[in-house]
Design a protein around this ligand. Structure first.
Ligand code: PLP
Length: 414
């Protein structure tokens, strides 16, 4: 029944043709694109071309011949299109953690009289750790206050240097209201730093329109660029044309220099977003980001969001039909507009259930303390994926198959 309905929904899905762009193992239902997106054929081919032809044959001439030197900027601008950023404000480099360090320092420099970062208790740990590291480095110049998500807006005051917020909570999938947060922050003279790890590629983001000051995000989740592919950092134009431009962030690397090949002993930062580059870009994985973005070329983020919401609604209705929602309650918001592209469910044996699912070809993940998490990637997930995955989940839960010892032991990565 659910399967028939799923097939009908798949037939009228305007994004259905996109799935063929990806390499998805036979018999695998992949619901972990919020952790590591699947590989597209374009990425596979591009990496082969970069290694065999560009690096393999053209060697060092490729920096000019194949545009390697400008790739962080050209790829950054392509990412910018997906997150509402006009050209010249996004660069693709380093990891979210490193990029956070850069923008935290930039914010403190701009806000010379303020020391406080306000964030949420349940923010992704690396975001909090990076602030703690800056605190250790700078002492009194930096402090961290964490509050519950519901208290965030009220906690932004005239003392706040910047709010550091992840739009979509990695555990619960709750989506915070960036418009309200930004309005309150700017009203109090605070800056806004947003982590888009679970937003970029999953839903429309409008950084310029919201007036957000800084943003970071990764490319290996919904953007499908592959494990460890470089992240991105957004810096609003007004800060790139401010008095601080050229020295907004303190990692003075040679490739952020105005003239790297002058090899001057004195640092002079590049104007514009290039100052956020530090060292040599990882060209192979950066090329993979470029190729991965092809899948987004002719599709609107609104269409992706629309399908994401429908996939999740169908998931919840299938779980309801199987009577699963009372056994493992949904801890994500029931209202789609305040949710990212994932659903999490609480169960004491969530870890073992997740392992049993994986053993049956349904890849999801577990997040402490007891959440089973499913990510929905509208470019390649189908309604049939949903119907089949929920049927297998139901079978595992009702048969007790997850209680098998084999599903209890935890690997290093969960
Ligand atoms: C995945 C994720 C990260 C990862 O940071 P890296 O430094 O790129 O490893 C950071 N923040 C959030 C919210 C994430 O979900």
């Amino acid at each position: 029944m659910a399967l028939e309905k799923a097939r009908i929904l798949d037939q009228s899905d305007p994004l259905a043709a996109k799935r063929a762009l990806f390499s998805i193992p036979h018999d695998t239902i992949y619901l972990d694109g919020n952790s590591l997106g699947v590989m597209s054929h374009a990425v596979n081919e591009r990496v082969a071309d970069v290694t065999r032809r560009q690096w393999g044959k053209d060697l060092i001439t490729s920096w000019n011949k194949h545009g390697w030197i400008d790739l962080p900027i050209t790829v950054g601008d392509r990412i910018g299109k997906l997150i509402g950023a006009a050209p010249g404000q996004v660069i693709c480099c380093d990891s979210i953690s490193i990029n956070l360090f850069k923008v935290l320092c930039a914010a403190l420099q701009i806000q010379s009289g303020r020391t406080q970062f306000v964030s949420t208790e349940d923010n992704f740990p690396t975001d909090l750790y990076m602030i703690q590291g800056v605190e250790r480095l700078l002492g009194d110049r930096c402090s961290l206050t964490t509050v519950a998500e519901d208290d965030l807006i009220a906690s932004i005051t005239e003392e706040t240097a910047a709010v550091v917020v992840t739009e979509v909570n990695f555990r619960t999938g709750r989506r915070l209201d960036l418009a309200k947060i930004t309005a309150q922050a700017h009203d109090k003279g605070a800056l806004v730093i947003v982590d888009l790890a679970h937003s970029a590629g999953a839903m429309p983001v409008t950084l310029d329109a919201l007036g957000i000051d800084f943003a970071v995000g990764c490319t290996y989740k919904y953007l499908n660029a592959g494990p460890g592919a470089p992240a991105f950092v957004y810096v609003a134009k007004k800060w790139l044309s401010s008095d601080f431009a050229g020295a907004l962030q303190p990692l003075f690397g040679w490739l952020g220099h105005a003239e790297p090949f002058a090899f001057s002993p004195q640092y002079t930062g590049a104007s514009g977003i290039r100052q956020f580059l530090v060292g040599t870009p990882p060209i192979i994985s950066l090329s993979a980001v470029d190729a991965a973005l092809d899948a987004f070329e002719d599709v609107s983020m609104e269409a992706i969001r629309e399908k994401s919401l429908q996939l999740m609604e169908f998931w919840l209705s299938c779980m309801g039909d199987h009577g699963l929602l009372t056994i493992m309650p949904c801890v994500s918001p029931t209202e789609g507009t305040i949710r990212g592209s994932q659903l999490s469910f609480a169960h004491d044996d969530a870890y073992a259930i997740c392992q049993a699912l994986i053993a049956r070809g349904v890849v999801a993940d577990f997040r402490a303390p007891n959440y089973l998490r499913f990510g929905f990637a509208p470019l390649y997930n189908t309604y049939e994926d949903v119907a089949r995955a929920v049927a297998r989940l139901s079978e595992i839960v009702y048969s007790g198959a997850y209680q098998d010892k084999a599903f209890q032991s935890r690997a290093a990565v969960t």
